[in-house]
Every structure is written in C-alpha cells, then in structure tokens.
Design a protein around this ligand. Structure first.
Ligand code: PEP
Ligand code: MN
Length: 362
C-alpha cells in the first residue's frame, strides 16, 4: 500500500451536486454516438459521455465492440458537445489507444476488476500518466478484489480514482440482473471516504423499469453520482438492449431524482442504518426462498404418504422436529417460545399442503 499517494473526491468538482455519466452501452456507429451525445448534452444533466468501444462478452461471437475506430466518434462528440468522454479499458493496448484519442477518464469493467493480473497490467500502463480512473466492482461480491484494484492504481501514482457500483452476479432468484448488495459499496465508502462512489443502476437492474428506484436509493445513500446507459433506439441496441433508455427518458429519470439534504454528522448513522436494513432485506429474501424449498419437500412427502396410504401426522416425527428446532434455535440465540411458534407455523402450512395433495385426484 502506498500511503504517500493522496486521492481526493474533489477532482470531480461535485460541489453539492451529483455526477452523471451517460451514453450507450456500446458505440455502434458515428451517427448513434453523435445523436446520443447531442441529446444528452442538451438535457444539461450529463457530465461524462460513456460508450463501450471494446466489449467484454461472456460468449465469443457476440458483438465485441467496434474497437479503436469508434474512439474517433467519441472524440468528435466531445469536440461538438463539450462533454468529457470515458471508455472501458481492459488491456494496456486499450489504454494506449484511449489516451491517444483524448479520452478523459478510463473505466475498469467488472470482468477486469476480478482479475488482479489484468488490473496490474493496466495499472502499469497508466503509471505516471495520472489519468482519472473509475473502477467498477468485481462481478462477484468480493470486496477485497475491489480494494485490491484501488490499491494497485494508487501504487501506480493515480490520484483521481472513482468507484462504480454495478451490482454482483447471483445464481439464486432475484429481480435484479446483478444484486446491489448495498452493504459492499457502503463498506467501500467507509474504507475510502475520499473516493467518489457512483452507482450504475443500468447494470444492477438489467431492465428499464427499476432504474429510477435504484438511482434514487443510491442518492439516498449519499452516493456521489450515477452512470446510466442511454441509446437513441434502445430496443435495437447491439448490447444490453433491455436496460437502455432514450436520452429523453434518461433526462426524465434524472429530473425526478430527489436530492436530499444530508447533514454530515447524520451520514454515518444513515449509512449504517441503511446497511443493516439492506442486510435484513437480503436475509428475508433468502429466508423465504429456503422456506419455499422446504415446502416443496413437504409436498413430495405428501405424495409419498398418499401413494402408500400413510397418515399425514406422524406424532413421533413431529415431536422430534420440535425438539430439534428448540435446540437449534437456542444455539442460534433464539428463544424456546419463538422456536416453537415458528416451527408450528411452518408445520401447519406443510400439513395444509399435504392435505390438499391427499384431497386431489392425481
Ligand atoms: C458496461 O458498462 O457496459 C459494462 C460492460 O459494464 P460491467 O463491466 O459493469 O458489466
Ligand atoms: Mn452495458
């Protein structure tokens, strides 16, 4: 760790407002880039124009970006609109090309942050350049990888670093494309209070409907800004079509964001409270998923008993379950009476379900 290098939020010149980064997921054509940049600049909210020029795709054969040719379109957009430009870089060659084209900020994508070798290669490529870098969280919820990337860039002498929270992949059921797991960016904010934290609702949501809600939540958590994808014709986008919105819809979303007053001394309390509530919400989701799974097993038992003509209630088994529940509950800091109430409610529901199976014809 290099303690000498000082990073600071002020490089973004936020002064009480929020930073907005927007633009298409991918650069597709010069017209698309110019049309989007013009419309976004006109809206007056956007500070940085983003577009993916090299796209890290999970499967080969899908659109992998136009490549360096598109940097010229971005350069044109910058000259014409005055918006600063930012692109994702994943290799030292990308860094070289982007800087040559006058890109103002480089960003490190989620699929790169997971790989310390790749991050180090990029850090070596920017060493001594002092270009600003936004670092997206890694795809998996491993805060250490995110921190490691920050440290690698600090060590390379980069003083202007921003963090981008784009959510974390999750195999279970979730309404998000990438679960926000707010406690992770909050922990990053506490660890690096001098680094701006930007939320990317587009990649968290994976759809258009929840963008405002997630952006507002980030603002309420005192994030420093948002990154949102915008495309003149979202349905026809070559990548991430479902989550992109037109520049006019984007401006509407931004207009509707409420910036709340935040007293400095309340901030930590609020963040901690939100952190804990976020944890509760996630645990509740897990709890219900597990209960659903348990109920499915109970239904399978119902079918089994029906086929063999066995009674639903097996007294000895029930007593054994209650006893086990009480013991496990106590071991986990839960009272005896709560354990009994809980298992009784679960068991009642299992019996109801099994009864339904007994009554049904199949
Ligand atoms: C993107 O911003 O288009 C992108 C590829 O994002 P991420 O690295 O967060 O998946
Ligand atoms: Mn995208």
């Amino acid at each position: 760790m290099n303690q000498q290098v000082k990073t600071r939020k002020s490089w973004l010149k936020l002064e009480g407002r929020k930073l907005v980064i927007s633009g298409p997921c991918s650069a597709e054509s010069e017209e698309q880039i110019l049309e989007t940049a013009r419309a976004l600049a006109q809206g007056g909210h956007v500070d940085y124009f983003r577009a993916g020029v090299w796209k890290p795709r999970t499967m080969p054969g899908s659109f992998e970006g136009i490549g360096k040719e598109a940097l010229q379109w971005l350069k044109k957009a910058k000259e014409e609109t005055g918006l600063k430009i930012t692109v994702e870089v994943a290799t030292p060659q990308h860094v070289y090309e982007a800087i040559k084209a006058g890109v103002d900020v480089l960003w490190i994508g989620a699929r790169t942050t997971v790989n310390p070798f790749a991050v180090q290669d990029i850090a070596d490529a920017v060493a001594g350049l002092d270009i600003p870098i936004f670092i997206k969280n890694p795809i998996n919820p491993d805060i250490k990888l995110w921190m490691g990337a920050v440290e690698r860039f600090k060590k390379a002498g980069i003083t202007r670093i921003g963090l981008v929270h784009r959510g974390f992949s999750y195999l279970g059921e979730t309404k998000y494309r990438n679960r926000p797991q707010w406690q992770i960016p909050i922990e990053m904010m506490v660890t690096y209070p001098d680094l701006p934290m930007i939320c990317d609702p587009s990649h968290i949501c994976g759809n258009r409907t929840m963008l405002h809600e997630v952006a507002q939540k980030a603002i309420d958590l005192n994030f420093d800004g948002v990154m949102l994808e915008s495309h003149p014709n979202p349905d026809e986008a070559w990548s991430d079509a479902k989550q992109q919105v037109t520049p006019s819809r984007l401006n509407e979303i931004l207009d509707q964001l409420v910036l709340r007053e935040s007293r400095q001394d309340d901030e930590l309390i609020q963040n901690n409270l939100e952190l804990l509530r976020g944890e509760i919400d996630e645990i509740d989701a897990d709890l219900l998923a597990i209960l659903g799974k348990r109920m499915n097993v109970a239904k399978r038992i119902g079918h089994f008993k029906k086929e063999r003509n066995i009674t639903i209630l097996q007294q000895a088994r029930w007593e054994e379950i209650v006893q086990r529940f009480i013991e496990l509950g106590l071991a986990n800091g839960l009272s005896r009476s709560f354990a009994i109430k809980l298992i009784t409610a679960i068991h009642d529901e299992s019996i109801n379900n099994q009864e339904k199976i007994f009554r049904s014809e199949e």
